[in-house]
Design a protein around this ligand. Sequence first.
Ligand SMILES: CCC/C=C/C(=O)SCCNC(=O)CCNC(=O)[C@H](O)C(C)(C)COP(=O)([O-])OP(=O)([O-])OC[C@H]1O[C@@H](n2cnc3c(N)ncnc32)[C@H](O)[C@@H]1OP(=O)([O-])[O-]
Ligand SMILES: NC(=O)C1=CN([C@@H]2O[C@H](COP(=O)(O)OP(=O)(O)OC[C@H]3O[C@@H](n4cnc5c(N)ncnc54)[C@H](OP(=O)(O)O)[C@@H]3O)[C@@H](O)[C@H]2O)C=CC1
Length: 279
Amino acid sequence: MFDKTLLANKRILVTGGGSGLGASMSRRFAELGAELIICGRRLEQLEQTAAQLRADFGGKVSVARCDIRDAAAVEAMMETIWCDGPLDVLVNNAAATFIAQSEHLSARAADAILAPTLHGAMYCTLEAGRRWIAGHHKGVVLSILSTSTITGRAFTVPSAMAKSGLLAMTKSLAVEWGPRGIRTVAIAPGPFPTTGATGQLRPETRDSGPAAQNPLGRVGKHSELANLASFLISDQAGYINGEMVVQDGGAHLRASGAEDLLQWSDAQWAAQRAARTKT
Ligand SMILES: CCC/C=C/C(=O)SCCNC(=O)CCNC(=O)[C@H](O)C(C)(C)COP(=O)([O-])OP(=O)([O-])OC[C@H]1O[C@@H](n2cnc3c(N)ncnc32)[C@H](O)[C@@H]1OP(=O)([O-])[O-]
Ligand SMILES: NC(=O)C1=CN([C@@H]2O[C@H](COP(=O)(O)OP(=O)(O)OC[C@H]3O[C@@H](n4cnc5c(N)ncnc54)[C@H](OP(=O)(O)O)[C@@H]3O)[C@@H](O)[C@H]2O)C=CC1
């Protein structure tokens, strides 16, 4: 659907690019000619994904082991990246969440979600943005958000708060950094099955499937999200700034996606907490 050179000469950092939707986006970006850097905490996972991309598309793919909760580590990663030249695109994809009754969230539990999802993405954005501005280089920040930014979402409140904060960042920086040649854009995905999302959000005891709840009767395909992301970061989308594009089959127009959990009994929630304690 795109010219095979859509992203040629683009140097792109994808946080959490070793697995899940980050890996699927990275795959499409590589196919469209981009040079990639993928970061995450699990080096082996990153190396495996990078090796596959190199084998399939032959382009340059590097890995950076980085926990984005650590501001100093993010700064060091950006320094290393910029040694070889500026980035053109940052994709804020890495995030964390889990389902929990909010009254049972400890401060550490809330921070476990806010730290990577909100703070980590902001550290990455600031480190890239200040370098783009200093070097008079154009840039794009694409953040992967959620429809919880529109509906709110029960039982994943820290995630909904973090994603809403990043939407505010996207809109605010569009105005502040637009004149410096930096675009900020976002995608709000609906349900796209990944090991991370399924493991954190859909325990076997949760019976209501997202496909059945969706107006289109299905979950999203990774290729659909990867194509939208490719367009938004490309020069073809050069006049889109400060926007979040929803890609959920219309699901949020019907429900926030947590309504089934309102039916859970305290005993079910206790079992959910106990299952977490055992792992
Ligand atoms: C909503 C749709 C949009 C978003 C979708 C996605 O993001 S999909 C992507 C989804 N992908 C991912 O999420 C992938 C990334 N996920 C991760 O890196 C990890 O799973 C983590 C950071 C979420 C938790 O790391 P960890 O287990 O090493 O954490 P830790 O040992 O450091 O504990 C810190 C505190 O948190 C507490 N706590 C932890 N889990 C639970 C729970 N299930 N239940 C309750 N509480 C929990 C734990 O008890 C502790 O508090 P305490 O007891 O000390 O007061
Ligand atoms: N899948 C879905 O249905 C939906 C997903 N989203 C959003 O899409 C994005 C991708 O989700 P998905 O692919 O499902 O999630 P996954 O859990 O599959 O992937 C998360 C990625 O983030 C990385 N990561 C997590 N914490 C850190 C950290 N502290 N530092 C660096 N990297 C980190 C992980 O790598 P590692 O563990 O090696 O660090 C992993 O590669 C997220 O922003 C999510 O909120 C939004 C709505 C729905």
